[in-house]
Design a protein around this ligand. Structure first.
Ligand code: ADP
Length: 490
């Protein structure tokens, strides 16, 4: 395999933009494989990454797209009668995408349901079928790259098949963990249905041995998180979800690679949602977006008041309660704030109450609105990201690209992308350590004071706007990980 010019990567995900996107995983699975295929072989010792994406043929996909070619009908082995599967092929940006169809995938119109058994059946079938597909079409896989709990059992299946099946003998596996607390449900019933033994995983707590993500963590040759700091954090009790001691036994095989952002879509120079486009060359035009935002939300039109913003899922993870209390603590300081998000009704209500408390300067918008989020990134001065944990985070990178400085908790990918060092010429944001309103408000005061220093502020904005957050950069790191895993020269 080392002589081959291609590295064959079977990339499995439950969703991928633009075919189907529910959350951040859809962004990654839509962007990373395309970026991997674009890497010049010159950067990889003459090798090319032939990555092919496999996703379930969700009912919602058929309604939007129609150019799929049936390429294989096969079955997934099952003790009480093999289960039929079909695979379809389509291309997006020259990326081959296989879509797997089967009864459990068609059974539910939604990508994810609220019924754990339902989802377990769907995604275990998909995981096993995706691996079987490679064999059916005779495409030898160098790297099986699974993502999150939905596809983690493909890695387990590979570990079982590898010693028995010459086709998979040389296949190595990677499991990427995008949000560790989402591990999947107890799958013992469904695993038994498929004749899969419960994972014997030594060192793993008994409760985890029938849950997909931990089983994948045990089975994969390489574990990846979406930032280097999160890769270290999951080894601690605060972030390890009870698996930290097990993960320490796999420490040598855990690494973190930052996600990128789609820099074509998130480009303030061309973004059609903005009233005024701007770039690092004419950043002074940016202020017009702030004025437009103040007008849109009936706030005083005043360039000197720092406009603090938030664009977030309203979830305990995101620490919005910390920000709300912290904003109260600095209420003697002059500022304006716009909070945009949806999610937990308790957090939504807390945001609404804050607006009622400070009607002259705070606005809370409880909805999901991409165009508004773009206007907020372009017009806000400081974007709040007080997350309790953050595997990578996109908001801080988008904020920086739009000249909106992040104020964030020093955790996970936030810590890896934000530089808060007064004398560092690459300084681009503000960090606080303890997940408390007091630590948050101290950082907020610091940022508001600095806002008065226009020259330094603009320098920090330019630092963020000019940082390379492209998928191309991240993809190269993935490619090098693939090469390292199969023992090929870099
Ligand atoms: P997560 O995936 O954990 O929610 P990320 O920071 O990785 O957090 O990504 C969040 C993405 O969702 C960003 O693109 C952000 O702009 C977007 N987003 C979050 N809430 C909203 C909202 N209410 N309206 C529009 N976009 C939102």
């Amino acid at each position: 395999m080392a002589e081959s010019k291609n590295i064959n990567v079977l990339f499995l995900a439950s969703e991928a933009d633009p075919l189907i996107k529910i959350g951040g995983l859809g962004d990654v699975a839509g962007s990373l494989p395309v970026a991997l295929r674009k890497i010049s072989p010159a950067k990889l010792g003459g090798k090319k990454i032939d990555v092919r994406l496999v996703i379930p043929f969700h009912a919602k996909i058929t309604k939007k797209f129609d150019n799929f070619q049936l390429i294989s009908s096969f079955s997934v082995s099952h003790p009480s009668g093999d289960i039929p599967a079909r695979a379809f092929l389509t291309y997006i940006d020259e990326l081959p995408i296989y879509l797997i169809e089967g009864a459990t995938i068609l059974a539910d119109a939604n990508v994810y349901s609220s019924n754990p058994l339902h989802d377990t059946r769907k995604f275990i079938f998909f995981s096993l079928a995706a691996l079987e597909l490679a064999k059916q079409i005779g495409w030898s896989v160098d790297i099986l790259h699974a993502n999150d709990w939905h596809t983690a059992l493909s890695v387990f299946d590979l570990k079982i098949r590898r010693p028995q099946d010459p086709f998979f003998q040389k296949t190595k596996s990677i499991l990427s963990m995008h949000n560790m607390p989402y591990m999947g449900a107890d799958s013992s019933t469904v695993m038994q249905e498929y004749g899969l033994a419960i994972c014997e995983c030594p060192n793993m707590p008994a409760w985890a041995r029938s849950i997909p993500l931990p089983i994948g963590m045990y089975s994969a040759d390489q574990l990846l998180t979406v930032s280097p700091t999160y890769a270290r954090e999951i080894l601690t009790p605060e972030y390890g979800c009870g698996l930290q001691d097990f993960l320490k036994t796999r420490q040598e095989s855990i690494a973190g690679i930052l996600n990128g952002i789609d820099e074509d879509s998130w480009n303030p120079a061309t973004d059609p949602a903005l009233p005024f486009n701007f770039s690092p060359n004419d950043v002074s035009k940016r202020i017009n977006n702030k004025r437009a935002l103040q007008k849109e939300f009936s706030l005083n039109i005043n360039d000197d008041l720092p406009l603090i913003v938030l664009v977030s899922r309203m979830d305990q993870q995101k620490g919005i309660d910390i920000a709300i209390e912290g904003l109260r603590q600095v209420s003697e300081v002059e500022f304006q704030a716009i909070l945009l998000g949806t999610g937990d009704p308790i957090i939504e209500a807390a945001c609404r109450s804050l607006e009622v408390e400070f009607p002259e300067r705070i606005r809370s918008l409880i909805r999901f609105d991409t165009d508004l989020s773009r206007r907020i990134y372009a017009g806000g001065d400081i974007i709040l990201i007080p997350s309790r944990y953050e595997p990578c985070g996109l908001t801080q990178m988008i904020g920086m690209h739009y000249g909106c400085l992040p104020l964030a908790r020093a955790t996970g990918g936030l810590q890896d992308t934000i530089i808060d060092e007064k004398d560092n010429p690459r300084n681009n944001g503000f960090l606080f350590t303890s997940p408390t309103p007091t630590a948050f408000s101290e950082a907020l005061r610091r940022s508001i004071n600095l806002y008065a220093d226009k020259a330094r502020w603009m320098k920090m904005q330019l630092n963020g706007m000019q940082t390379n957050f492209s998928w191309g950069k991240s993809a190269l790191e993935y490619a090098k990980t693939y090469l390292g895993l199969i023992g090929a020269e870099k």
